[in-house]
Design a protein around this ligand. Structure first.
Ligand code: SF4
Length: 295
């Protein structure tokens, strides 16, 4: 019997990444002079290759760019980077996601009110570096666990503002936020979770709960944090493989299965998902059960 492929109700490119991708391609077509992106435009190696072919090269520091246009990715940059670019005579194409700018704004407003900031997220993630790089280290913490929060003397801060890296699952950090609230004199949370991420995560959960599905393929870049989170969600319920594209597929994975599920991180382009599905069909003679529109 042919295997059935079922895509999650929501998966793949979020609105922020879709817009960033479109802006860069439009720029590359119109400017025809190429340019440089500071860090990957999104965390997906295929998108990076595609940009290289368009003459838009990935760099890891502004010092590598001596002229022309510098592109800031959907993850955003520290505000001072805009000044640095101007000082170096570079044009800026800013593709920062509006949700990321919301967090910059929330953080600036809370700081102006005298609050101590807590960013729940990965301190090495570019989005978090964007929020914290220009701040006085005395004015914020970046935390991911209660163990880290226990090391902080919360009585030092009359008020605390908790902000989440957009791509995190807030429910998983509820205990951490509650701990901070129980220790701080006054603490409040900013609603900074990106719903695109949550929708993809909820759809992945629903897919994993489908009793007919024996394996889930999570498609996304090696460095994509939100893809990895999707994989973690699926892996808790069903055998799940994190793959970058069709080349990673192994026919042996599908032996004995009647249905498999597919989901993809927010930085995975539609064509990569289509390629994976086409390759599964080649390997197994699969049929497609449900194909929902990508986010
Ligand atoms: S995941 Fe959300 S915050 Fe991040 S780029 Fe996409 S829409 Fe913006």
């Amino acid at each position: 019997m042919a295997i059935t492929i079922k895509r999650a109700e929501k998966y793949g490119f979020c609105a922020g990444v879709r817009i960033a991708d479109r802006k860069v391609k439009k720029y590359a077509q119109e400017a025809r002079t190429g340019g440089h992106i500071l860090g990957q435009v999104v965390h997906n190696e295929r998108v990076v290759e595609e940009m290289e072919q368009l003459g838009v090269h990935t760099v890891h520091g502004m010092g590598e760019v001596s002229g022309g246009t510098i592109i800031f990715s959907a993850h955003g940059v520290p505000p001072s980077f805009h000044d640095q670019a101007r000082a170096r005579g570079l044009n800026v194409l800013d593709t920062t996601c509006p949700f990321v700018y919301d967090i910059h704004d929330e953080a600036a407003a809370a700081l102006a009110e005298g609050a101590h900031l807590v960013f729940v997220g990965d301190p090495k993630h570019r989005e978090v570096i964007g929020y914290t790089n220009d701040l006085d280290p005395e004015r914020y913490h970046v935390l991911t666990s209660i163990a880290e929060a226990e090391k902080v003397d919360w009585t030092l801060y009359p008020s605390v503002k908790i902000l989440y890296q957009t791509t995190l699952n807030a429910a998983e950090f509820e205990d951490l936020a509650r701990y901070i609230e129980s220790r701080a004199q006054s603490a409040s949370r900013a609603d900074t979770i990106c719903y695109a991420t949550k929708e993809n995560q909820d759809a992945a959960k629903a897919l994993a709960a489908d009793p007919a599905i024996g394996l889930i393929l999570v498609i996304g870049g090696k460095k994509s944090a939100n893809t990895h989170h999707l994989w973690e969600i699926c892996e808790r319920v069903k055998p799940s493989k994190l793959i970058q594209g069709a080349a990673d597929l192994d026919a042996a994975w599908f032996a004995g299965l009647s249905a498999i599920g597919i989901t993809a991180g927010a930085s995975t382009p539609d064509y990569v998902i289509d390629e994976v599905e086409a390759r599964i069909r080649e390997l197994t003679g699969a049929s497609t059960a449900a194909v929902a529109a990508a986010v």
